[in-house]
Design a protein around this ligand. Structure first.
Ligand code: NDP
Ligand code: HEM
Length: 493
């Protein structure tokens, strides 16, 4: 008898033969009673679940967040108290490509974090950029359509991208970062992560503070040029997976320093920009970053599908002491992610081990796909509704947030009116040295190949408003790359 485990059916019975199907005679046909054959084929047909509508290609690992600073005067969240060590999961991703896309493509990178805190899961679903392309979720599906494939050609369309961007000046900040060196990191360990939105912190006295979260790479920033990335993609399409998985296997654990910027409610009334607008940063000079702790990734998943593909990150997952803000994009994301998970993973997606909180969970949700709770989640089968007289779980008023003052009429407000979409992009452009500027120009020119002149000119108009050198640099790079000459008709419009 070998000490290998016995192969069984999913129902636990031993499988006598895993090599030969049951046939009528040596040459066939195959018998319908060969349930194991049917079971294997049927399982294979169900091995894929819908890929994420965005951020489909990703790489993930587990680790810890250790709090070394003291921000207890701003938040009561237990995971952010001095000395707290919280287990966590990170999933990095590209936005536009499908699951099989090459890792080394120029794109924004997702930076999704799930912290398994003693008070429930806190998810921070950010990017490697502090800003975003649009500021109203109403425009998000349109924007994403420009990043995905054209319905007729089934190819990605530079025309669609630049048409949308040039008609949406709020995208300029993110487009400039995307086309700069930081748009193509060497691997996920060489980039920052940003919560991007404004969130809130609430302290033990019930006071609210606005907050931005930043994760600063401790590996340093390293980036590839387009040409270097092309070489890599020729060699491997999985460069990020190889790097992240490989480093952690070797014990080279990547680290990020967690910093926050804090703004009081009174200060938020006075900023020259809307502090809840995700196309804007809070300048460090006005709101200096405060050191909070260190995030380290130190464990690879054992099963990529179970632990990374099935991971469900959602900005709706907050814990006492950390909450939302009026940011219009964030408000929509609070709805959108859990909705995506119910579709992609099933009703009880939070019961999949990687998504399970590591604290007691009690709720009154009942039946539905994949209810594997093994008993009711209230602790008492008679307490299956609320209110009840059977000692069922009860609300905790201490988790209540302070009221948020709001004012004004209900309407569809023009989010572009009175909004300066150029000043912060100028601050960024002025940070770039000559080499960074010249790579920015050539990356943009490369991405604009084949775009009609009237769209190019519209976009150059935005670059000009940031800085005349920005427009002139891109115009020259367009001429060098594609022989582009000014579309005088459009330019004169
Ligand atoms: P600061 O000079 O105080 O901060 C500059 C910030 O820019 C740093 O966080 C730095 O990140 C980051 N940065 C440096 N080089 C690049 C680059 N090539 N691409 C993207 N980011 C870069 O100035 P301000 O706070 O006044 O911000 C000026 C501009 O910097 C902003 O308009 C914005 O575009 C950009 N920025 C600002 C951030 C913020 O939260 N204030 C965050 C990130 C970018 P690091 O420390 O990792 O090098
Ligand atoms: C993934 C919607 C804006 C970062 C997703 C998914 C959806 C979505 C539906 C797939 C979720 C899944 O299937 O698990 C939206 C909507 C937005 C928006 C409606 C605007 C209103 C943003 C912004 C950021 C962001 C502003 C970053 C600041 C991410 C990340 C992922 C993701 C990192 C991948 C999460 C993972 O690794 O599983 N988004 N998104 N998104 N989004 Fe957004």
């Amino acid at each position: 008898m070998s000490d290998r485990p016995t192969l069984t059916t999913t129902a636990g019975a031993p499988v006598p033969d895993n090599q030969n199907s049951i046939t009528a005679g040596e040459r066939g046909g195959v018998m319908l009673q060969d349930y194991q054959l049917i079971e294997k084929l049927a399982h294979q047909n169900r091995e894929r679940i819908p890929e994420r509508a965005v951020h489909a290609k990703g790489w993930g690992a587990f680790g810890t967040l250790t709090i070394t600073g003291d921000i207890s005067k701003y938040t009561k969240a237990r995971a952010l108290q001095p000395g707290a060590v919280t287990p966590m999961l990170a999933r990095f991703s590209t936005v536009a490509g499908e699951m099989g896309a090459a890792d080394h493509e120029r794109d924004v990178r997702g930076f999704a974090l799930k912290f398994y805190t003693p008070e429930g899961n806190w998810d921070l679903v950010g990017n490697n950029t502090p800003v975003f392309f649009v500021r109203d979720a109403y425009k998000f599906p349109d924007f994403i359509h420009t990043q995905k494939r054209h319905p007729r050609t089934n190819l990605r369309s530079a025309t669609a991208m630049w048409d949308f961007w040039s008609l949406s000046p709020e995208s300029l900040h993110q487009v400039t970062i995307l086309m700069s060196d930081r748009g193509l990191p060497v691997d996920p360990t060489f980039m920052n992560g940003y919560g991007s939105h404004t969130y809130s912190l609430i302290n033990a006295a019930g006071e609210r503070f606005w907050v931005k979260f930043h994760f600063k790479t401790q590996q340093g920033h390293r980036h590839h040029t387009n040409e270097e990335a092309e070489q890599i993609i020729g060699r491997t399409r999985e460069g990020y997976q190889e790097a992240l998985f490989g480093k952690i296997e070797k014990g080279e654990y990547p680290r990020w320093k967690l910093q926050v910027q804090i703004m009081t409610e009174a200060e938020a009334e006075k900023t020259s920009y809307n502090p809840f607008d995700i196309t804007k940063v809070w300048p460090h000079g006005e709101f200096p970053p405060i050191d909070v702790g260190i995030m380290e990734l130190n464990r690879n998943p054992d099963n990529y599908f179970a632990e990374i593909e099935q991971a469900a990150f959602s900005p709706s997952n907050i814990v006492p002491g950390i909450s939302y803000s009026p940011d219009k994009m964030l408000q929509a994301r609070i709805f959108s992610y859990a909705d995506a998970h119910r579709y992609r993973l099933g009703t009880h997606y939070e019961n999949i081990p990687v998504n399970q909180p590591k604290c007691p969970v009690h709720h009154y949700h009942r039946d539905g796909q994949m209810n594997t709770y093994g008993g009711i989640r209230t602790g008492n089968p008679d307490a299956y509704y609320e209110p009840n007289s059977f000692n069922g779980p009860f609300e905790d008023a201490s988790a209540k947030e302070p009221p948020l003052k709001i004012e004004g009429d209900m309407s569809r407000f023009d989010h572009r009116a009175g909004n300066d979409d150029y000043v912060q992009v100028r601050a960024l452009f002025n940070l770039f040295d000559d080499g960074q500027k010249s790579r920015l120009f050539s990356n943009i020119a490369a991405a604009m190949g084949g775009v009609p002149g009237h769209i190019v000119e519209r976009q150059l108009g935005h670059f000009h408003k940031v800085h005349p050198d920005y427009a002139a640099g891109v115009r020259k790079a367009l001429k060098d790359a594609h022989g582009y000459e000014a579309d005088t008709l459009s330019a004169a419009e």
